[in-house]
Design a protein around this ligand. Structure first.
Ligand code: Z5A
Length: 212
């Protein structure tokens, strides 16, 4: 029987370095001989990528807070059925740039939707599926927003103010404390070398106790 793959998610606020460190984690998994499927949310499927454009773009199609959370979970339902579950069932590991913790942080803590409404949608869409490990790149928004401001164009989330991203950060940290065995929290305020040293150490310990 094929052993089910592991599901790893990467989270954090604005400008924390997720993209950079996702590539670093992927390389470590490949070095360890692990077959890994890299994906992202919102997105990961043709439908999910179309929903992503609706979520990130300003303009006449910009969703209300309730429409936003329903779109996030619509994209997720498709992503789980089309990509995540088949990969895990085939024994591949899945490395996902954001997942449902982002919904609790952004739509819950930052936009103010109730945690119980999000939990109801989570249970409907995911059943018992949860990440085996969630890496949180933690950074004060004042630093992250400075890094991200160097981008050419800002999307519908990136134009939010520092108070919004402080609530996002509080959301992530609160969730990491509620369920610490699932989380690896990394101080993303160090230089990139320091971040990746901490990530490599934390990830190796987790692999030794859970993986291969
Ligand atoms: N969203 C939501 O609301 N609800 C949900 O359920 C989900 C998502 C799943 C898009 O996400 C939006 O979707 C997101 C929340 C919402 N909006 N926001 N904000 P995304 O993940 O695609 O977007 P992003 O947050 O902008 O991620 P990103 O593009 O991957 O950026 P990043 O994390 O900041 O990573 P980066 O590009 O690697 O780093 C940014 C810059 O900093 C770059 O120039 C790096 O070279 C530099 N960097 C990285 N590390 C360092 C260190 N250590 N020191 C100095 N400079 C560094």
């Amino acid at each position: 029987m094929i052993e089910r793959g592991k599901f790893i998610t990467l989270e954090g606020g604005e400008g924390v370095g997720k993209s950079t460190n996702l590539a670093f984690l992927q390389a470590r998994l490949l070095d360890a001989g692990i077959d890994v499927r890299v994906t992202r949310e919102p997105g990961g499927t043709p439908l999910g990528e179309a929903i992503r454009s609706l979520l990130l773009n300003e303009g006449p199609t910009a969703p209300s807070a309730l429409a936003e959370v329903l779109l996030v979970f619509a994209a997720r339902a498709q992503h789980i059925q089309e990509v995540i579950e088949p990969a895990l069932a085939a024994g591949r590991w899945v490395l996902c740039d954001r997942f449902t913790d982002a919904t609790y942080a952004y739509q819950g803590f930052a936009r103010g939707l109730s945690q119980s409404a999000i939990a109801t949608l989570e249970s409907l869409v995911q059943g018992s599926l949860q990440p085996d490990l969630t890496v949180l790149l933690d950074l004060p928004p004042s630093i992250g927003l400075k890094r991200a401001s160097q981008r050419a164009e800002l999307d519908r989330f990136e134009v939010e103010d520092e108070a919004f991203f402080n609530r996002v950060r509080e959301g992530y940290l609160t969730r990491s404390l509620e369920n610490p065995e699932r989380w690896l929290v990394i101080n993303a305020g160090q230089d990139l070398e320091g971040v990746q040293r901490a990530l490599a150490q934390g990830f190796s310990s987790w692999m030794a106790s859970h993986g291969s």
